[in-house]
Design a protein around this ligand. Structure first.
Ligand code: NG6
Ligand code: CA
Length: 504
């Protein structure tokens, strides 16, 4: 065929149009992906089969890990819930906020409505934002009236939609709150909550043990809801009370509906599951499935739930346009206040995955958690040794969607989260019960602290010692050898960096 100038022009135009279209698809794909943050509660580094568990099989989470990036050095900011959630949502070290401690259900909102949040960053680029699940960052300004609109809350710090439990599954009020309103509340049966004293005539775990279906071990002996003793006293709200065994399904239904309704709008969804925090209340279809008692059963439940959630993204054709981040708010605990066989039926499962300590601890299992990023077709599967913190998601995801985040402690390490680099953070301050330590490179330094070596009730080492501790966690994952004395040079370097970073 003879190539005429017309044909040349036509070919040129076709090619140009095709390239532009391709480029546009790429831009749309890389700048407007949905982002889902799946956040578990008290799941340990060793609780998943992709992180080496053999006694528990978690195929659905494994699928994310095997098809995405499994981080071996992924951290929450803290060894407990509220501070970690503060860190992940604000990009600010929780130890900078003196109120960032485990909060009662009546605590005021911990995040200032003026503060930057990850949700606001997404909003700034036209994303719809939602939180479904556990909140535990306080609500209102103190003295919440649970029978009126509750504000400020998640909706005032960047979430367009919220469907939450106020605090934890073991704390009152045991009701769901949607966009600031208690769901299913009968105005004739108003809710009252008090963390100091009971309401006259209301049963408590101490006075009415005959009403209990689950026994408390420490704490958790105030009001009884669904036969489960809780922290705090609550009166009224009968029609609004949640069903514990249906909680996982309940949040899943909300999350999948949200996905379906946002098929054509980019969204950021913070999906905060309650498992495996206490009280562990698997739906009957998971009871006995792990052979490890309720703690194992609810981990299997969470895995199934996540499988269903991911399947719903796939069914809507959204999996390739959704970045999924999976992690946990703090390390594991067995007996966290109820007699639920977590210790007795553990067998040889190690929720810490060979690390030392656990929830509440300065030792590595406190904040060193499972951390996975998954984006079908965009992230190439791998295992990464990079040091990453949940707090870094804010700055990194801002870059992903071409937004500006105001400077915080959050570091932009997007290439690491997308698997294009292994250069994570160089250092990170970690926190447990308002006490802090430094991880830098392969080293962990814990300054001297006064306090018990072990929290007796939960049988977890605190990591508090009267003198400095220094560990090389690459060579010594289990923190068996404190080399502070034998390596004074490294110790002094770490102490200097720590003091500088803390601003002490
Ligand atoms: C503790 C509770 C524990 C758990 C924890 C919060 C007692 C004795 N213990 O005070 O059961 O609720 O708070 O866990 O009450 S977290 O994962 O939300 O930080
Ligand atoms: Ca937690």
């Amino acid at each position: 065929m003879k190539i005429t100038p017309y044909l040349k022009l036509a070919t040129f135009l076709c090619l140009t149009i095709a390239t532009t279209c391709l480029a546009q698809t790429k831009v749309t794909k890389t700048t407007r992906p949905n982002v889902v943050l799946i956040y578990l509660d008290d799941l340990g580094y060793g609780d998943l089969s992709c992180y080496g568990a053999t006694a528990l099989q978690t195929p659905n989470i494994d699928k994310l890990a095997n098809g995405g990036i499994l981080f071996k050095n992924g951290y929450a900011t803290s060894a407990t819930c509220t501070p970690s959630r503060y860190g992940i949502l604000t990009g600010v070290y929780p130890w900078r906020n003196k109120d960032a401690k485990i909060l009662p259900g009546t605590a005021p909102l911990l995040i200032s409505t003026e503060q930057e949040t990850i949700a606001k960053v997404f909003q700034s680029k036209g994303y719809e934002t939602a939180v479904i699940g556990k909140w535990h960052l306080g609500l209102g300004t103190g003295n919440v009236n649970w029978n009126a609109h509750i504000s400020p809350g998640p909706n005032e710090v960047g979430f367009d939609y919220s469907h939450i439990m106020a605090a934890t599954q073991d704390r009152v009020p045991t009701v769901y709150i949607e966009n600031g309103n208690v769901v299913g509340l009968d105005p004739k049966d108003p809710i009252e909550v008090n963390y100091h004293k009971n309401f006259p005539g209301e049963p408590t775990a101490i006075e009415n043990p005959e009403l209990l279906k689950m026994k408390w071990h420490h704490g958790h002996n105030n009001s009884i809801v669904n036969g489960i003793p809780r922290i705090g006293f609550m009166k009224g709200g009968q029609s609004a009370k949640w069903s514990d065994v249906d909680m996982a399904d309940h949040f899943l239904a909300k999350a999948t509906t949200y996905v379906k309704e946002h098929k054509n709008k980019p969204f950021f969804l913070y999906y905060a599951l309650q498992e495996p925090h206490v009280p562990r209340t698997p739906h009957p279809r998971f009871v006995g499935k792990s052979g490890m008692g309720p703690r194992g059963d609810v981990i299997l439940e969470a895995d199934w739930i996540i499988g269903q959630f991911v399947a719903s993204l796939e069914a809507e054709g959204m999996l390739e346009n959704t970045l999924i981040v999976f992690s946990s708010d703090n390390g594991p605990v067995l007996n966290d206040g109820y007699e639920d066989d977590a210790v007795e039926k553990l067998g040889n499962h190690d929720p810490k995955g060979g690390l030392r300590g656990g929830k509440y601890s300065l030792l590595d299992a406190g904040a060193h958690v499972p951390f996975i990023t998954y984006w079908k077709g965009t992230i190439k599967p791998k295992v990464s040794d990079a040091l990453v913190c949940q707090m870094d998601l804010m700055a990194s995801l801002a870059t992903l969607i071409d937004a500006k985040a105001s400077p915080t402690d959050s570091q932009d390490i997007l290439p690491v989260f997308l698997g294009k680099s292994d250069k994570g953070r160089t250092s990170l301050i970690l926190e447990a019960n308002t006490k802090t330590l430094l991880r830098k490179g392969d080293w962990l330094m814990i300054p001297p602290y006064e306090g018990p070596a072990v929290i007796a009730d939960v049988q977890i080492e605190t990591g508090m010692e009267k003198s400095y501790q220094l560990y090389n966690v690459k060579k010594d994952r289990a923190q068996k050898n404190n080399v502070a004395k034998s390596n004074p040079k490294k110790l002094s370097e770490m102490v200097k960096d720590f003091e500088k970073m803390r601003g002490d």
